[in-house]
Design a protein around this ligand. Structure first.
Ligand code: UD1
Length: 324
């Protein structure tokens, strides 16, 4: 029982991935300290967690070292999910992206080292691969980020490795591929395409496609990402960087048609506009390393994940819509 009675700090705990991870860790018997600056995170994401006596929440920022030192006292695991998470927003505000992501991880790692945290697991991103032309991405490939966001995540991975190599802090980076699912923000232009398109479809609006829609993504259901995080906590894989995806990419054109089918909105259209700066063309996870090192196997196909997510959304918001 890796997490039973262990103290786990989750940064970004009120966010989409952080809150789902918090709930799973609590179910496994961990004592979870959730921290979040509530910039993107929402307190309602922690409604479930707050019912558990093993959960505490502290509002604070990962750019504040003394706050982290305080939080990391006697900590077994740190899951670093707090981030500036949008590619197009990073193109608009590169300094902010750098500040939150790179200065943030420097503090997290320094605090973890000084407080003798046993393991740090970090939410990296497939955006580090950037313009590598190969369809399927494996961890040995070159990384050529093409957005400030991708560059920042690559710098974070480098610091994760260096803190293992130089100081012996056990760090593992998980490269997430387009995560979606319950609690992803639905009210921001900077959120993921699935949340944006589902909202448009249910409101009877055409779906806006940036570019020709032939770009592809390996959309990964959040429950699979949580499974990977728990496995990374259980296994001893320090210094490693591991892809976490669905292993099943889909073009944006096909995704749009699938969302219109599931929501019974096939009369709506895909409307094409200019490509988005910083956008990579194809993103498809080679999961060999995740299988070998973590025994990770995604459980959700895209259609299953989308159905579960849309049903959750409809029930939560009391919407009159049937998923087909
Ligand atoms: C996403 C994540 C990022 C993560 C990365 C890799 C979000 C907000 N971003 O970036 O944190 O590190 O995956 O896991 O979840 N698109 C449209 N129409 C729209 C919106 C988007 O055509 O209305 C297109 C985009 O141009 C892009 C694709 O959809 O080609 C995916 O975009 P998006 O959901 O923003 O994700 P990524 O930029 O891939």
């Amino acid at each position: 029982m890796t997490f039973q009675g262990k103290k786990v700090v989750v940064t970004g705990a009120a966010g989409f991935i952080g809150s789902n991870l918090t709930d799973s860790l609590l179910e496994l018997g961990a004592e979870v300290v959730g921290i979040d600056n509530l910039f993107n995170g929402r307190t309602e994401n922690l409604d479930e967690a707050r019912k558990n006596k093993n959960f505490q929440f502290h509002k604070g920022d990962v750019r504040d070292l003394s706050f982290l030192l305080d939080m990391f006292e006697e900590t077994d695991f740190v899951y670093h999910e707090a981030a500036f998470a949008s590619v197009p927003q990073s193109v608009k505000m590169p300094e902010n992206c750098h500040d939150v992501n790179v200065n943030g991880i420097m503090n997290v790692l320094n605090a973890a080292r000084r407080m003798d945290v046993k393991k740090v697991i970090f939410a990296s991103s497939s955006s580090v691969y950037g313009e590598i032309p190969d369809l399927k991405k494996n961890e040995e490939m070159r990384r050529v980020p093409i957005s400030p966001y991708g560059a920042a995540k690559l710098a974070c991975e480098a610091y994760m490795y260096v803190f293992y190599h130089v100081y012996g802090l056990k760090t593992t980076s998980l490269r997430y591929f387009n995560v979606y699912g319950p609690r992803q923000r639905d009210d921001s232009p900077y959120t993921g395409v699935i949340a944006i398109w589902f909202n448009r479809a249910r409101n009877n609006q055409n779906l806006i496609v940036f570019g020709d829609g032939e770009q592809s993504r390996d959309f990964t259901y959040v429950k699979d990402v949580i499974q990977a995080n728990l496995l990374a906590g259980e296994k001893d894989v320090p210094g490693e960087i591991i892809n976490i995806g669905a292993g099943n990419p889909i073009s944006l054109n096909d995704l749009g048609r699938l969302i219109l089918k599931l929501t019974d909105r096939e009369h709506l259209k895909l409307e094409y506009t200019d490509p988005r700066p910083g956008d990579i063309k194809h993103s498809f996870a080679d999961l060999t390393k995740a299988q070998e090192m973590l025994n990770f196997q995604p459980k959700y196909t895209q259609e299953e994940g989308l159905r579960e997510y849309f049903k959750w959304y409809i029930e939560k918001n009391n919407i009159d819509l049937e998923i087909h």
